[in-house]
Design a protein around this ligand. Structure first.
Ligand SMILES: [Zn+2]
Length: 371
């Protein structure tokens, strides 16, 4: 008889570095979800199985399911969904974006658009991570990569149609980024650091960085992804306009105005635009709205918007119904992969929105793709 499996208790996204020295020795109990070192007869996993009668475990690094303390491999097609949830594999990463969407239409889980768990002030980092997890070339690179790189793992889990839960935890990646930088991680006021976070991601945080960015000198190829950091001019609220109801709206400037001084000799495949709002721990952020427009007004109309990360304080519809005490959060608005005209907003939840809400949002980062 197969022991009880409790999917609601199982979370394959937790940090496991403290459980065992070797990642291959970490096993998750499929009944209570706890992680243990295993699988030897005197291991903690084997002892747990004897004292609790929880006998079924999954090896996190391989997705192999075994019965302890006997340490026998369990091969049962009805448990295949657990292996796929733990270690998603992608036969052809080149069409997974399309396939994931087809799956989504028959399922309530929104594959590829799952909210990332907020680990304490990580909403800003999460929204930037969501943006990068929707850059097609980067997603395909990650899905074809089976390494244990924490960004690769996060990407593979976000795009996994067999995910057990409707949200994904970025804890392993954020713990990694904290260990490497001592700057970006949970429980810190991270919004002032967003421009630095994007720079770090593009220089060191993303997998196969060099391969993805190309080597201009060696290959004489343009960088597939280039970042442009632009200071947003602070304009006082008196310069703003009032809408038809007389409500105050924030001052606004078209993105094309800010890009006017720049020329691109070799247009990159992806253009990451970081809007520096001059926020520091002491200084309030500049709230001027930068309207992305249609992309036809700059760089010869070569680019279309893939998505943007913004601080949700301006989307008027919500503003009027917002109750005091409700917390503001950073969210991402992403162009759908399956339908160019559809947009999805992902924060602590996920919903469809009209793309023009971005013309009123206080955007921090946007990513454009060449047409
Ligand atoms: Zn257990």
């Amino acid at each position: 008889m197969i022991p009880l499996i409790n999917c609601s208790a199982i979370n394959f996204d937790l940090v496991y570095s403290t459980v065992a020295t070797r990642p291959h020795d970490v096993f998750c109990c499929l009944t209570c979800g706890s992680y243990f070192e295993g699988p030897g007869p005197s291991s903690r996993a084997a002892k747990h199985s004897m004292t609790s009668s929880h006998g079924l475990f999954i090896q996190l690094m391989t997705g192999c399911i075994c019965q302890l303390p006997e340490n026998t491999l369990v091969i049962d097609p009805s448990l295949e969904y657990l292996r796929r949830a733990c270690r998603p594999d992608y036969c052809s990463p080149y069409d997974v974006l399309e396939k994931a969407v087809r799956y989504q239409r028959h399922n309530s889980l929104v594959t590829g658009y799952a909210p990332l768990v907020n680990l304490g002030h990580t909403d800003g980092l999460n929204s930037v991570i969501q943006l990068f997890l929707h850059v097609p070339a980067l997603v395909r690179l990650c899905l074809a990569d089976s390494s244990a790189h924490s960004f690769v793992e996060l990407c593979r889990k976000l795009w996994n149609p067999y995910a057990l839960h409707p949200t994904i935890s970025p804890v392993r990646f954020l713990m990694d980024s904290w260990l490497k930088t001592q700057k970006f991680g949970p429980d810190l006021p991270t919004r002032p650091l967003l421009p630095h976070f994007v720079m770090w991601l593009m220089s060191a945080g993303l997998p196969s960085c060099e391969m993805f960015k190309g080597n201009v000198i060696k290959d004489k190829k343009p960088h597939p992804m280039t970042c442009l950091k632009i200071e947003v001019p602070d304009r006082t609220i008196t310069e703003g306009t009032r809408d038809l109801d007389g409500a105050e709206s924030l001052p606004s400037i078209p993105l094309s105005n800010l890009l006017a001084p720049y020329t691109l000799a070799e247009p990159p495949q992806y253009l990451v635009i970081v809007l520096d709002r001059g926020e520091t721990k002491k200084q309030r952020r500049c709230r001027t709205v930068v309207d992305p427009g249609e992309g036809s007004a700059f760089f010869d109309g070569r680019y279309r918007l893939l998505g943007a990360s913004f601080f949700d304080e301006v989307v008027d519809v919500d503003q009027k119904t917002r109750t005091p005490g409700e917390r503001f959060e950073s969210k991402a608005i992403l162009r759908c992969h399956y339908d160019e005209d559809e947009w999805v907003e992902v924060g602590l939840s996920c919903r469809r929105v009209a793309g023009n809400v971005l013309s009123k949002a206080v955007i921090d980062v946007m990513i454009w793709a060449v047409n």
